[in-house]
Design a protein around this ligand. Structure first.
Ligand code: SF4
Ligand code: SF4
Ligand code: SF4
Length: 386
């Protein structure tokens, strides 16, 4: 494994609609047309670029409207597959955090990886839709609804306006002022999803190929066969990547990882108070269970928390509510940020859980969603519940 290609859709319409060569859409079309999968779980643009709608596609003619990337879409596929598509054969585009959640769920027998084609997408981060709207008004000084396309490239958040003009501002500057990518994305250190069958992106596609081809790294035998068969059937074209492009892709990845290390340092060590002060946050908790419900890895069929907490008591006793969840998640949090995104009281739940995961990772070496082994403590009360 580890083979690398430049890949392009054979269908010119897919190439023009795709983000960079349309490889992902063409692979989906191949899988669906040839009945290798029952459906494709993916996103389509809703009202505007800030509105991404999860959609399950069973007719390949509908795939065109899903081509292209949406960076204001902090979605998570793990829970949706586990809840609704467990018995289907599917393909799904996965950011590294989706991949990590799916891997952890598979370890807990909640998803069968034989049923899932994970088409990985390299990810530099996502921006919450509301933050993007405000940020574009404030920093770019344009009407956010004039934006027809957005992308994160070379450390900048770039927007394209109706009139064809572009504006870009450094992520660093936006994040310094509390905008830009979600906080968990600023701490995310898996940028290329190497547990997915293939990992696709535009990093490393250079010169006249830039924007027209997708860089694909093959991670599994299933991924290797997919590329070979899709090419043989005429859905995609491949060529060897430019060696300089491989070097550049590697540099981009290393730079992004370095950025995430400083993000972690700033957010988890400097800004963030000691864990002994966690009451200060959890006293705001209204016990809505949003963090538990949104967490892709927190899956116990029968949640123990209601038994440990007193009915009607708000805030819940932090140790019994968040502590129990923590005991289940300390090794397994994949830093997807969903818990913080949904918390109505703006408690930095993901930061707290990620901080603990980083500590257990240091101590045990176990990295959730990346390691093949079972997490330590899987024999704890939550371990392997089915
Ligand atoms: S957590 Fe990582 S993989 Fe997930 S959206 Fe953020 S940067 Fe991308
Ligand atoms: S605890 Fe929060 S950040 Fe961690 S996996 Fe669950 S939802 Fe994601
Ligand atoms: S989402 Fe926030 S308010 Fe709701 S239970 Fe979790 S921490 Fe408490």
């Amino acid at each position: 494994m580890g083979d690398m290609y430049y890949v392009q859709a054979s269908d010119p319409e897919i190439v023009s609609k795709g983000e960079c060569g349309g490889a992902v859409t063409a692979l989906f079309k191949y899988l669906l047309d040839n009945k290798i999968v029952d459906g494709i779980l993916t996103l389509k643009k809703g009202q505007d670029v800030y509105d991404a709608i999860p959609t399950y596609i069973t007719n390949s003619e509908d795939l065109l409207e899903t081509a292209g990337s949406l960076h204001c879409a902090p979605t998570m596929w793990g829970g949706i597959i586990k809840e609704h598509l467990k018995d289907q054969k599917i393909a799904v585009p996965v950011k590294p955090c989706d991949m990590k959640a799916i891997v952890e769920l598979a370890k807990r027998a909640q998803i069968d990886l034989d049923n899932v084609y994970m088409i990985g997408l390299n990810c530099g981060g996502t921006v919450p839709p509301q933050t993007a709207l405000e940020m574009i008004k404030l920093f770019y000084e344009v009407d956010p609804f004039d934006v027809v396309k957005e992308e994160i490239d070379k450390g900048k958040f770039i927007i394209e306006l109706k009139d064809g003009t572009h504006k870009g501002i450094k992520m660093h500057d936006l994040e310094h002022d509390g905008y830009g990518r979600r906080e968990n994305c600023q701490r995310c250190d898996v940028k290329i999803p190497r547990k997915a069958d293939v990992a696709c992106g535009n990093w490393g596609v250079i010169g006249e190929d830039a924007g027209k081809w997708t860089f694909v790294e093959v991670n599994t035998e299933k991924g290797q066969n997919l590329i070979k068969d899709a090419e043989k059937s005429g859905y995609i074209k491949t060529k060897a990547p430019n060696p300089k492009g491989i070097e550049i892709r590697d540099k981009v990845e290393q730079t992004m990882i370095k950025m995430s290390e400083s993000g972690k340092k700033a957010q988890l060590e400097t800004d963030y108070p000691d864990l002994s002060e966690w009451d200060e946050y959890f006293n705001r908790c209204i016990k809505c269970y949003g963090c538990r419900d949104a967490c892709p890895v927190c899956f116990c069929v029968e949640c123990a928390i209601p038994n440990f907490t007193t009915k009607g008591q708000i805030p819940p006793e932090p140790l019994m509510f968040h502590g129990v969840r923590m005991a289940h998640m300390a090794y397994s949090c994949v830093n997807c940020g969903q818990c913080s995104d949904v918390c109505p009281m703006e408690i930095p739940v993901a930061k707290i859980f990620h901080k603990v995961q980083e500590r257990t990772r240091k101590e045990s070496g176990y990295q959730a969603g990346v390691d093949d082994t079972m997490p330590p403590l899987m024999d704890s009360p939550c371990g392997g519940q089915q």
